[in-house]
Design a protein around this ligand. Structure first.
Ligand SMILES: [Zn+2]
Length: 260
């Protein structure tokens, strides 16, 4: 199953309303909660999405759809099922509190699948290992304790484990044990994940992680933890300082850049 990642910049998050949440240290994140958004695709396959443009538009809608939870996507990430692939969209991200699971928004990341999983979903079981594979990559590259706290027999909680709610829907909830935080059984052929490259702009304090899944590290302590986690996992780490105004920075999401 192909996994596509879209940063806030990729899905063109509105920047007139800020990303919400407080900064969370990576080691604090021990739990994963699975939700569903109850937003469906109005066609014959309500939980399977047609195009990436549709996915991006739906992410912008999630910024404002629940004003009671604040004007931002309340989840850490939102997952869309498409034919043969899952798309993971950055919400609050790995390093900020969410507004998805009362009492768990600091220690847990909230992964919402876009759809209503009280409805049957053709091919549901094929998508679930890919979510686990992506969570494993997140654990290895950013959140070393992810999944260390979990319910019996599963790696991930469902929202209804702790709240009076239907989320994540009967069919998804019944199959949550298929979301295992583990490397894929067949490893992907590309080796590019074996290197992490951090870049800074000469004269600026911000540090960015090039590529997947994080773009912007706000706190020097978090950066130190990320580098240690990567090295412990055998990942090569490179730090590069580029000249001011370098092309690389044109591609980055600078919406939180201080003094900007
Ligand atoms: Zn929920």
């Amino acid at each position: 199953m192909k996994i596509v990642y879209l940063s806030r910049k990729d899905w063109r998050a509105r920047t007139d309303i800020p990303r919400l949440g407080r900064s969370v240290a990576p080691h604090q994140r021990t739990e994963v909660f699975i939700h569903h958004t109850v937003v469906i695709d109005p066609d014959a396959t309500p939980n399977v999405w047609g195009t990436l443009e549709q996915v991006k538009a739906k992410m912008r809608q999630l910024q404002t759809i629940r004003p009671d939870l604040g004007l931002d996507v309340p989840y850490s990430y939102v997952i869309f099922f498409m034919i043969g692939q899952i798309v993971i969209c950055e919400g609050r991200g790995a390093m900020r509190t969410g507004a998805h699971t009362k009492y768990h928004n600091t220690v847990a990341i909230g992964m919402a699948v876009q759809g209503n999983f009280n409805l049957a979903t053709f091919g549901l079981l094929a998508y679930l290992p890919a979510i686990g594979e992506w969570l494993h990559r997140l654990k290895v590259t950013a959140l070393p304790n992810l999944g260390s706290k979990h319910p019996p027999g599963r790696d991930c909680y469902g929202h209804r484990d702790v709240s009076q709610t239907a989320s994540p829907g009967n069919n998804l909830y019944a199959n949550l044990s298929h979301v295992k935080i583990q490397a894929p059984v067949v490893p992907p052929p590309v080796k590019e994940d074996d290197m992490m490259v951090f870049i800074s702009e000469k004269g600026r304090p911000e540090v960015y992680l090039l590529g997947y899944p994080l773009e912007h590290i706000e706190n020097p302590t978090h950066l130190a933890i990320l580098i240690k986690t990567a090295k412990d996992a055998g990942v090569e780490v490179k730090r590069v300082i580029l000249p001011a105004g370098h092309d690389a920075f044109k591609k980055l999401d600078r919406t939180h850049r201080p003094n900007n």
